[in-house]
Each structure stands twice: as structure tokens, then as C-alpha cells.
Write a protein of this length. Structure first.
Ligand SMILES: O=P(O)(O)OC[C@@H](O)[C@@H](O)c1c[nH]c2ccccc12
Length: 294
């Protein structure tokens, strides 16, 4: 885990607030999750790039705040072809709420990710969701928290930013890994983070020397990989799909302007009408589909 003074000031403030937020002292939740891998396969089978669209009213790196009803935003994202949704539940820095997630999850039938700063087991019991985010860098006992979340029925998306954190996530048994292109120390985005962390050169998923040496890339074979942050154009989508992303999590570029049109533009980035197709429709997803069909 990083020490606090290596983090950007807003992130330190978010973590302090998360530690102090009052938690329910009721019984652990039991959730029946909607499957993200199934939703991804459904999207791919009808030619949609799997996009996880994020309802993020504001953030430390965003100007202004969107005050629309989250359910209206969710419906627009679904109309634009989103495969799954992510809903911020952090109130103080992102304008989110557990109630917003609850209402959105009732209104749609795709998987919904709870985006928050979950540090301890009791933080899991605030609201039911299909997936829950756990940020490797902030958690002391990652295997313990991943197990606690999975025991409640959640699919657990473990967020990482480095290969070291990726190793910790895999060692903790993560089946869903989010690679955050945003550095929480500087709050800067660099899309090559994804390529570096998964050991892809970005030209079709070739393992580099480092990856071959530590065997990490092989361990990703049955992990669902989500590229997070900084995706704004169809070219970004194609680049990250080519590097092996099963899905892309997009917030700002969808929330800024016409949500439905913004979503559709990214969802359709793999279409031949664009004059191109995905650089590498992953060997892995093809074989997964083959297994499922068999
Ligand atoms: O708005 P962007 O750049 O598309 O990023 C979305 C998402 O990845 C980002 O909101 C995020 C990634 N990890 C987080 C952890 C907590 C809160 C928010 C986040």
C-alpha cells in the first residue's frame, strides 16, 4: 500500500472521508449478481464494443457538476449500447450516492458496478451491486477483502495501476481486473499504462520481455480485463481493445454532453463502417466463446 504523502491532495482527502464515513452495522449483504462476462459476450456477439459507462456527477478532475437524474443518464447509456454501468456512490468528491445506484440497478438489466473507496469489509454492506470496486493500492488486506466481497456474491473488480499491483490482485484471486490509466499520485492519465501493466506492446498483444520473465501475462488468460480512465475517442477504444482490454470503463467522455450519442460513438468504434475493425479481436475471447458454445 502507498503511503499517504505519495498521493494527490484530493485523493488523500477522499481516503480520509472514506475511513470516517459511517457504515451500517447490519448483517452482510447477499447479492445475486448479473454476470459481466456474459454481458460482454452478448455485446460482442452483436458487434458492440463492451463499454462500461460511468455515472459520475463530478470528480476532483472535472469542472462543474451534472445534476441530471441518474436513472435518466442510465437509460441514455443503455440506449447508446452500454454493456454495463458504473455508478459512483462516493458523496463528497464525486457527487454520488448509494440511493442513486439502487435506483439505477432497479431501472436497468445490465450489470452495475459500485464505484467507491472500499477499505474495510463493512464498507461492502452499504448497497447491493453486481460488481464492487476494490482499489489494490488502498487496501491493507487485499485477499481478505476480495474473499469477503465474493462471499457476499459480488463480482470483484480489483483496480491496479502497476504490474506489482497486478501481481497482488492475481495473488488475491481476482477474476476481474481494472487497469486504471489515471495515476492517483499525480491524477494524470496515460493510456500506455494499460499496455505496460498487461505486458502488451499495443500491436496485438505480444508479450514483452518483462512479461515473459515474470509469467504475469500468462496468468491473465481467464481474467476479465477492464481498461479504466482517459478513454475519449474511438481511436482510444481501438488501441486498448488491440492491447487486450475485454471492456472499457468510460466516465468523463460520456458524461460531458449528449450521453447517449457519446456512448454510441465508443460502442460502435469496432464497426467496419468506421473503415476499420478491432486490431485484435482477442484470441482469448474467441476461445472462450468456443468453449461456451461447445
Ligand atoms: O472519467 P474517466 O477518465 O473516463 O474515468 C472513469 C473511471 O475510470 C474513473 O472515474 C475512476 C477510476 N478509478 C476510480 C476509483 C474511484 C473513483 C473513480 C475512478
Amino acid at each position: 500500500m502507498m503511503t499517504c504523502n505519495e498521493l494527490a491532495a484530493p485523493v488523500r482527502s477522499i481516503l480520509t472521508a472514506a475511513r470516517d464515513r459511517s457504515q451500517p452495522d447490519g448483517t452482510p449483504l447477499a447479492v445475486s449478481p448479473r454476470s459481466l462476462p456474459q454481458a460482454i459476450r452478448d455485446a460482442e456477439s452483436d458487434g458492440r464494443v463492451p463499454i462500461v459507462a460511468e455515472i459520475k456527477p463530478t470528480s476532483p478532475t472535472t469542472d462543474g457538476r451534472r445534476t441530471d437524474d441518474p436513472v435518466e443518464l442510465a437509460r441514455a447509456m443503455i440506449a447508446g449500447g452500454a454493456t454495463a454501468l458504473s455508478v459512483l456512490t462516493e458523496p463528497d468528491h464525486f457527487g454520488g450516492s448509494p440511493e442513486a445506484l439502487e435506483r439505477v440497478r432497479q431501472a436497468v438489466d445490465v450489470p452495475v458496478l459500485r464505484k467507491d473507496f472500499i477499505l474495510r469489509e463493512e464498507h461492502l454492506d452499504v448497497v447491493a451491486a453486481d460488481l464492487v470496486l476494490v482499489i489494490a493500492r488502498f487496501v491493507d488486506d487485499l485477499p481478505g477483502l476480495v474473499t469477503a466481497a465474493r462471499d457476499r456474491g459480488f463480482q470483484v473488480l480489483v483496480e491496479v495501476h502497476t504490474r506489482e499491483e497486478l501481481r497482488a490482485a492475481l495473488d488475491a484471486g481476482a477474476r476481474f481486473v481494472g487497469i486504471n490509466n489515471r495515476d492517483l499520485a499525480a491524477l494524470e492519465v496515460d493510456l500506455s499504462t494499460f499496455e505496460h501493466v498487461v505486458g502488451s506492446t499495443g500491436d496485438g498483444g505480444t508479450a514483452n520481455g518483462l512479461a515473459a520473465a515474470d509469467n504475469l501475462t500468462d496468468r491473465l488468460a481467464d481474467v476479465t480485463l477492464v481498461a479504466e480512465s482517459g478513454v475519449s475517442t474511438p481511436d482510444d477504444v481501438r488501441r486498448l481493445r488491440g492491447a487486450g482490454a475485454d471492456a472499457l470503463l468510460v466516465g468523463s467522455a460520456i458524461m460531458d454532453g449528449d450521453v447517449e450519442a457519446n456512448t454510441r460513438r465508443l460502442v460502435e468504434a469496432g464497426r467496419p463502417e468506421d473503415g476499420r475493425t478491432d486490431a485484435d479481436p482477442k484470441a482469448r475471447s474467441t476461445s472462450e466463446q468456443g468453449v461456451d458454445a461447445a
